[in-house]
Design a protein around this ligand. Structure first.
Ligand code: G3P
Ligand code: MG
Length: 300
């Protein structure tokens, strides 16, 4: 298999020593996930790349949001109180970009009650400076479009993993739309596309260009490496629970991947302490870890 001119794949293949760190939705420990603010902090922390989640709005704009619903990470339930779209849960696919563009995507992160993936939940709230807190609470933090997120990554001379959320749509059309934006931003050689949706993996891999594609899976079923290769994937991105069932199985998987030239990326690992999960995965020889804490708790 020849090496494409892709900086993410080449960085993974050329890695020596520690696994590379990919900031999961940016620096999620210190800024609201999937925002430009989280991306900038992750870049400052020295992460190899950042990961973002992408899905289309009702009017077809590609936006960077993880959940199907806007409720957890914006103030939609306040601004759109009484709107019938609240019934199914304020879904991204029920809103136009012009509506999503005006939502506050920062204040939720400072929730003192500590909702999922808030600073309180990550035990970082007290460490945030007053000026950073007031910036995040200003109402100016927004959900970015994919185009803006790609543009920031290019300006930072950096790399990104674009995870396409499974969608009730034509996979070829969505993959083509995403890759057209990647090419338009002149970012094809700096992008790893990935998805849990195998049709989206295959559709993205079938489009010619310098991008590479990874297969995402929560588990590592027998034959997964063959399956990834058959879909056109060049990396395998597994949930941390997929490993650790048996040391022999883990080592056999790593050996198989090494022979086929596929890097193994593991999500989501926040335990960077001595003897923790990150240490274990380093010993196993994984290529990269997705982490919410690209500062690794300050560990060198
Ligand atoms: O791409 C790694 C990871 O982001 C996959 O899971 O649910 O956090 O998007 P999720
Ligand atoms: Mg993701």
């Amino acid at each position: 298999m020849g090496r494409p001119a892709n900086r993410v794949l080449n960085g993974l293949l050329d890695r020596v020593g520690l696994p590379l760190l990919i900031a999961h939705r940016g620096d999620s420990f210190h800024a609201p996930e999937n925002t430009l603010e989280a991306a900038r902090l992750a870049h400052q922390a020295g992460a190899f790349a950042w990961e973002l989640d992408v899905q289309p709005t009702r009017d077809g704009t590609l936006v960077v949001v993880h959940d199907d619903s806007l409720t957890r990470t914006t103030d939609v339930a306040v601004g759109y109180q009484g709107d019938p779209r609240g019934k199914p849960g304020f879904l991204v696919r029920d809103f136009d970009w012009s509506e999503i563009a005006s939502l506050d995507a920062g204040s939720w992160f400072l929730d003192p009650a500590g909702g999922p993936r808030s600073a309180r939940a990550f035990s970082t709230l007290e460490s945030l400076s007053p000026s950073w807190r007031s910036e995040l609470a200003s109402g100016r933090v927004r959900i970015p479009t994919l185009a803006i997120a790609l543009e920031l990554t290019r300006q930072l001379d950096w790399l990104v993993n674009v995870e396409i959320k499974a969608c009730d749509c034509n996979p070829e059309t969505l993959a083509a739309q995403i890759l057209a934006e990647v090419v338009h931003a002149d970012m094809a050689d700096r992008v790893l596309i990935s998805s849990f949706d195998h049709a989206l993996v295959a559709a993205s891999a079938a489009i010619p260009g310098d991008h590479v594609v990874g297969l995402l899976s929560e588990t590592a079923e027998p034959g997964i490496v063959d399956h990834a290769l058959a879909l056109g994937a060049r990396t395998l991105n597994l949930g941390v629970e997929a490993l650790g069932k048996s040391p022999d199985r883990d080592q056999a998987l790593l050996a198989d991947l090494a022979v086929r030239g596929l890097p193994l990326l593991i999500y989501t690992v926040n335990d960077h302490g001595p003897g923790g999960m990150a240490d274990h995965l380093r010993e196993l020889g994984v290529s990269a870890l997705f982490t919410d804490d690209p500062r690794r708790g300050g560990r060198p």
